[in-house]
Ligand binder design. Structure first.
Ligand code: PEP
Length: 258
């Protein structure tokens, strides 16, 4: 755990236009500049809609902010006749450090299979960005008790064909679908169970060192008031945060998890 820098990533989903994005990043920068807290312990990332990225880049570069940013999705293609798609090269050019792939909302509403998620992760890596690979079970699977096996199968499919070096540098987010946007956060023990299983699987496939280096996030109704319990767990290295990332104070509170 000591070598893994905690990561708090705020997924704005389809919220905030580019002017609102500037306001939120400004407020967040102000919150993070409060010297009473040691925000240097944590890597803070915002994940706005595509249309906000240029504005966020301008602010981050102009004010030399420590905040990093990424995109919510990426195309499986490099360029050409793919109307509406955004390539990894375009995102890298805008200074994106991260790309979320396989968010459950994309798996559900856009039919993204593990194969597609895998192709997207490879494109992000090829463009020198870090994929945040999302996995996690729905309510029925959880109730059937198959959540670990289900999530590991998604993990295997999503990371297929990647080298140990590639896997050690990426981020996996365990996001049980029943906890996303519902206010129903997984208990720290439930989150730890699956995050530990994810690390163990990566260690089994790619070796102990790779497993030890991999950052595993939990996502699902994380907010300032519940983050500490989650972060106290050995195999949880940060959070992917939806709703609570839309307010600077609240997201700042998440970043002060320690
Ligand atoms: C998410 O969208 O990845 C997420 C975890 O959302 P929320 O924090 O709102 O549950």
């Amino acid at each position: 755990r000591q070598t893994r820098i905690p990561l708090m990533a705020g997924n704005w989903k389809m919220n905030l236009n580019h002017q609102e994005a500037v306001v939120l990043v400004q407020k967040l920068a102000w919150t993070l500049s409060d010297k009473r807290h040691d925000y240097d312990k944590v890597e803070v990332v915002v994940i706005p809609p595509f249309t906000d990225l240029r504005s966020v880049q301008t602010m981050v570069d102009g004010d030399r902010l420590k905040i990093r940013y990424g995109a919510q999705d990426v195309s499986t293609q490099d360029s050409g006749a793919f109307t509406g798609e955004i390539s990894a090269g375009m995102l890298a050019k805008l200074g994106c450090s991260y790309v979320v792939v396989g968010h459950s909302e994309r798996r559900e509403h856009h039919g993204e299979s593990d194969e597609i998620v895998n192709a997207k992760a490879k494109k992000a890596l090829a463009a020198a960005m870090t994929p945040i690979v999302c996995v996690g079970e729905g309510l029925q699977v959880r109730q059937s008790g198959e959540h670990v096996a289900f999530t590991l199968a998604q993990l295997d499919g999503s990371l297929a064909g990647l080298s140990a070096e590639q896997v050690s540098g990426l981020v996996v987010a365990y996001e049980p679908v029943w906890a996303i946007g519902t206010g129903e956060v997984a208990t720290p023990d439930d989150a730890q169970e699956v995050c530990a299983a994810i690390r163990a699987r990566v260690s089994e496939v790619h070796g102990e060192e790779t497993g030890a280096a991999l950052r595993v996030l939990y996502g699902g109704s994380v907010k300032a008031a519940n983050v500490a319990g989650i972060m106290a767990k050995d195999d949880i290295d940060g959070a992917l945060v939806g709703g609570a990332s839309l307010q600077a104070d609240e997201f700042g509170g998440v970043c002060r998890f320690y």
